[in-house]
Design a protein around this ligand. Structure first.
Ligand code: OKP
Ligand code: ZN
Length: 336
């Protein structure tokens, strides 16, 4: 399987995040990418596809914000990375702000996603990595892997959050549609619900979003990913959320994934995008499922058996010592 990664994705390296009331070491580290590379072996540099595919998903004012905010933060005399403290909960209106604190609240939904001068380039190349994996599949490969770090599935059309800035899975799904595919499915098997991906395609009947994740009543991102969120308007029924309780092992996870695959089969996709997070692993420091390294090969075989051309994109996974083996196990299951 062709695998893509750019070392430019490593420069984004926030030090601290606001976690459960205090600042802690940032969990989404460059070392995660190094660990995955050590596990999966050689990767190819992605091609530069430019910004068109990114602009097909994200708004221009949000993209401007991602690139300019670190400079504005420094101009405001603030130390460290851009981080918000106030959000427009009641409703977001398209107001234009000059003050950085108002801007960051307008374009984010949490305080766990620091933005530095290095972030844009890393997120840009993470998206290019995803687009190169799509190219491989569009040119006939059964599957390809994008080592997407920073991850993407919490980022919406005009907001960052959950360590995510550009939504690579959404960018790939939209690029596939723009390349002539008529129906694309996204299977999200990260521990956390991909609220950004869901939001981007919530009213789109040509993109099916299915997610297996920790119940948002107990786990981040809390406000999205509940079973009664199923899509809106003509897209009603094209979002499927399958929350599981903390402590879930392979058996319930595999069963939920099978439910998702059945729904995707009924939808009849031309292409599958997989948001794969290894934070479902039993030893993950911020998550609470109980999958083993060998379980990822089982899950991957179940998906591969459906025979949809598949673009695999990495999302979370914070047990750095096991991350390479976990991603390698998933890839091996796809190939066998
Ligand atoms: C990103 B991905 C709460 C901290 C929340 C954010 C988790 C983002 C996960 N105490 N941390 O889906 O792996
Ligand atoms: Zn996650």
């Amino acid at each position: 399987m062709r695998q893509f990664f750019s070392t430019r994705q490593l420069a984004h390296a926030p030090l601290r995040e606001l976690h459960n009331g205090g600042f802690t070491d940032y969990a989404e580290t460059p070392a995660r990418a190094d660990a995955i590379r050590a596990g999966i072996g050689a990767t190819e540099d992605p091609a530069d596809h430019g910004t068109a595919a990114i602009q097909a998903v994200h708004t221009l004012d949000y993209l401007d914000f991602l690139q300019a905010a670190p400079m504005r933060w420094a101009e405001a005399g603030r130390p460290g990375d851009v981080i918000g403290y106030v959000w427009p909960v009641v409703g977001r209106r398209p107001l234009t702000f000059a003050r950085i604190d108002a801007m960051v609240g307008q374009f984010s939904f949490d305080a766990a996603t620091p933005l530095a001068a290095t972030t844009w380039d890393a997120a840009y190349w993470s998206a290019q990595t995803a687009l190169s994996a799509l190219d491989a599949v569009l040119s006939g490969d059964k599957a390809a892997l994008g080592l997407c770090r920073p991850p993407g599935h919490h980022a919406g059309a005009d907001y960052m959050g959950g360590y995510c800035y550009l939504n690579s899975a959404a960018i790939v799904a939209q690029a596939a549609i723009d390349a002539g595919k008529t129906r694309v499915a996204i299977l999200d098997i990260d521990y956390h619900h991909g609220n950004g991906t869901q939001d981007i395609f919530y009213d789109r009947s040509d993109v099916f979003y299915a997610s297996v994740h920790a119940d948002p009543l107990t786990d981040y991102p809390f406000y999205w990913g509940h079973a009664d969120e199923t899509g809106e308007g003509e897209a009603a029924g094209t979002t499927l959320n399958l929350p599981l309780p903390q402590g879930a092992t392979l058996a319930p996870f595999r069963q939920a994934q099978a439910t998702a695959l059945e729904a995707i089969a009924a939808f009849g996709p031309d292409l599958l995008v997989i948001s794969f997070g290894a934070d479902t692993w039993e030893g993950d420091p911020i998550s609470h499922f109980k999958l083993t390294t060998a379980d990822y090969a089982v899950l991957a075989r179940d998906i591969a058996a459906c025979r949809w051309p598949s673009v695999i994109l990495t999302e979370g996974g914070y047990a750095v010592g096991a991350l390479g083996d976990n991603v390698a196990s998933f890839v091996s299951g796809f190939q066998s």
